[in-house]
Structures are given as structure tokens and as C-alpha cells.
Design a protein around this ligand. Structure first.
Ligand code: 5GP
Length: 191
């Protein structure tokens, strides 16, 4: 079991609706030392790739991406969620269904910050059904940049996102992959 799996077992809470709560260390209170370990591990797993930018999505991807970026020594761009229907101007945009809130957000990135010659690592906290990831991929495709890989902290392997995104052909590295979890017993099993 790796450092992250150990932490999930210790502090993760399984909720109804296939939701794993990791608020005490990942997406409400943040354990900086753990984030450093995550950043270091992601750097190791993508060491053969030439990456010049990290893309993530607000809000909970940002902290992870920022600390990981220190190990890659590259800037971070985060896609912003926008409720406005009429967005225009020099932006890339995609629609992303929210797994946790069941609503559709437009996510946008200014064209200024992704260029065709960028080699991008996408980072996010969770991979569940793959909605967020599809949106980020769409934005990078609009920019004509290259996707060097996808780094995920927690993949819920019993949901379809991981399979869909790997079938696109991308290198996907998830630091913890859940095989199953049970809200009644609180049991969490890793792949
Ligand atoms: P997807 O778009 O792959 O369905 O879900 C990924 C997004 O939904 C992530 O950005 C994450 O914020 C949120 N998410 C999905 N599943 C969970 C979960 O079990 N726990 C938490 N805390 N967030 C989740």
C-alpha cells in the first residue's frame, strides 16, 4: 500500500452516492506534506515526458497542481468554471457536468495561456465518470496543444472515467485506484 492509500484508509469517509470525502487532507483542509509527496510521485511517473505546462480545473485541482508544478518547474493554468451563458472573447471553452453537484458548468481558459506548442500534463484530484477530464481534453484540443499525460490523485476505478480516458490513448497515472467502497460499512478496497 502506498502513502496515499494509507491516508485514504485512515482519513477518507465513504458517503452515499459513490462519494469519497477527503476533506480533512485533500480538498478542504490541505496536508501540504502529502501534496509534496503527490507532486514528487507524479514527477517520477511522468519523468520521461517533456512537460512545459500543467492544466487543472478549479477548485480542488489547483492546490495539487501548484505543488506538483514545483517538481516539474512549470507554470499552472486552471480552467475556470463560469455560470454565464454568453461568454465570448479570446477563450477556449467546454461544458462539464459536475459529478458532485449534478449541474453543468462552462469551463473556460483564456487563449493567451495555452499555445499550440505547449506540452501539457493534466492534473485533477478525482477521476470518476470522466466529465471534468473530457472538458480539459477538449480545451487543449481547441488550442492545438499536445497532451503528454494525465495525473490523478484518486481514481474511482468502479466508475467509467478511467476506462474512457485510457481508451483515448493517453497515459493516465492515478496514485490510488479504488476498486470498491461501501457507504454502509465504510470499507474501501484498492485495485
Ligand atoms: P468526473 O468529472 O470524473 O465524473 O468527476 C471528477 C470531479 O468530480 C473531480 O474534479 C472532483 O472534484 C469531483 N469528484 C468526483 N468524485 C468525487 C468523490 O468521490 N469525492 C470528491 N470529494 N470529489 C469527487
Amino acid at each position: 500500500m502506498n502513502f496515499l492509500e494509507e491516508r485514504i484508509l485512515k482519513d477518507g469517509v465513504v458517503k452515499e452516492g459513490n462519494v469519497l470525502k477527503v476533506d480533512s487532507f485533500l480538498n478542504h483542509q490541505i496536508d501540504i506534506r502529502l501534496f509534496e509527496q503527490i507532486g514528487e510521485e507524479l514527477k517520477k511517473r511522468f519523468s520521461e515526458k517533456k512537460i512545459n505546462k500543467i492544466l487543472t480545473i478549479e477548485a480542488s485541482g489547483i492546490g495539487i497542481a501548484v505543488i506538483a508544478a514545483r517538481y516539474f518547474d512549470v507554470p499552472v493554468v486552471f480552467a475556470k468554471k463560469s455560470k454565464s451563458k454568453n461568454i465570448s472573447g479570446d477563450i477556449y471553452q467546454a461544458e462539464v457536468k459536475s459529478f458532485t453537484h449534478n449541474e453543468i458548468n462552462k469551463v473556460i481558459v483564456s487563449q493567451q495561456f495555452i499555445n499550440p506548442d505547449d506540452k501539457i500534463l493534466i492534473i485533477d484530484d478525482f477521476l470518476a465518470k470522466g466529465y471534468a477530464m473530457k472538458g480539459l481534453i477538449e480545451i487543449i484540443e481547441q488550442a492545438g496543444a499536445s497532451i503528454e499525460g494525465i495525473g490523478i490523485v484518486i481514481e474511482k476505478g468502479f466508475q467509467e472515467g478511467g476506462k474512457i480516458i485510457r481508451e483515448y490513448g493517453y497515459k493516465v497515472e492515478s496514485l490510488a485506484i479504488l476498486k470498491s467502497m461501501n457507504a454502509e460499512t465504510g470499507e474501501i478496497i484498492f485495485k
